[in-house]
Write a protein that binds this ligand. Structure first.
Ligand code: COA
Length: 220
């Protein structure tokens, strides 16, 4: 774990050899306890999000066959965030960054989103973390907050989650949150040099409501 510098994320700056920072200000935050928040992932945080992707894309490429296969380009990142912001406005996407407190703002440490089909009242959840922040329960907290919103104010009936069959950490998240494994799509995940099996999970509103908070709320 690298020490956190006041101005820059020194760990990531060292990795990419440039003075980019994952620390940003935020107009709006959605608390995840005392030490972490969710922030709308829009063009307002383009530079910090770009820095986070730049530091993580090579690792993410092994889990997302359709993304992160090339180094990010700032203007493309910004354009994607503009699109994400539009999705937020039109109700088709809940685009989020996960952040922890920094001396001069919020340090972005992860990504989460809910792709929403209003007509079907269903959605698909996705997430990833900066490598230094894996294993602290941040995704479980994020998914708990997003599911509360999905099955609460958004009144969705179903949230799906899919992951490659060998992604043990992601499958652990799904199972910890009470998702049911619904099937395996053989060789459905296309990567540049191979196809891997995809596991489909689903969680229904009534199942989330019946989940005891002791099970759903991560340890502190
Ligand atoms: C998938 C991924 C997001 C999971 O991250 P994670 O940190 O394991 O998930 P959580 O935030 O829920 O943390 C759970 C881990 O933190 C530990 N933990 C520590 N403190 C905790 C706390 N307060 N609450 C809950 N868990 C805690 C748990 O024991 C667990 O560790 P273990 O699996 O070694 O037992 C991460 O591995 C990742 O970014 N992978 C690459 C991208 C990816 O695969 N995305 C998903 C594609 S579908």
């Amino acid at each position: 774990m690298c020490e956190h510098d006041r101005r820059f994320d020194s760990c990531q700056a060292r990795q990419i050899g440039a003075a980019v920072s994952t620390v940003t200000a935020a107009e709006f935050t959605w608390p995840l306890g005392d030490d972490a928040v969710l922030i709308p992932r829009t063009a307002a945080i383009a530079e910090a999000h770009f820095a986070l992707v730049q530091a993580n894309y090579q690792r993410l490429a092994q889990w997302f066959g359709d993304a992160y296969q090339e180094p990010p380009v700032l203007e493309e990142t910004r354009a994607n965030l503009v699109e994400a912001g539009q999705g937020w406005l039109n109700g088709s996407l809940l685009p989020l960054s996960i952040a922890v407190k920094a001396d001069n703002g919020w340090r972005l440490v992860g990504w989460a989103q809910l792709e929403i089909n209003r007509q079907a009242r269903s959605a698909e959840i996705g997430y990833w973390l900066d490598t230094d922040f894996v294993g602290r329960g941040l995704i479980s907290r994020t998914v708990t907050a997003v599911l509360d919103h999905a099955f609460g104010p958004l009144a969705l009936l179903r949230v799906g989650l899919c992951t490659t069959i060998d992604n043990t950490r992601s499958r652990n998240v799904a199972e910890r949150m009470g998702f049911t494994q619904e099937g395996v799509l053989r060789e459905a995940a296309a990567f540049p040099t191979e196809h891997r099996d995809l596991v489909i999970y689903g969680l229904l509103a009534r199942e989330w409501r019946s989940t005891t908070r002791a099970d759903a709320t991560p340890r502190r």
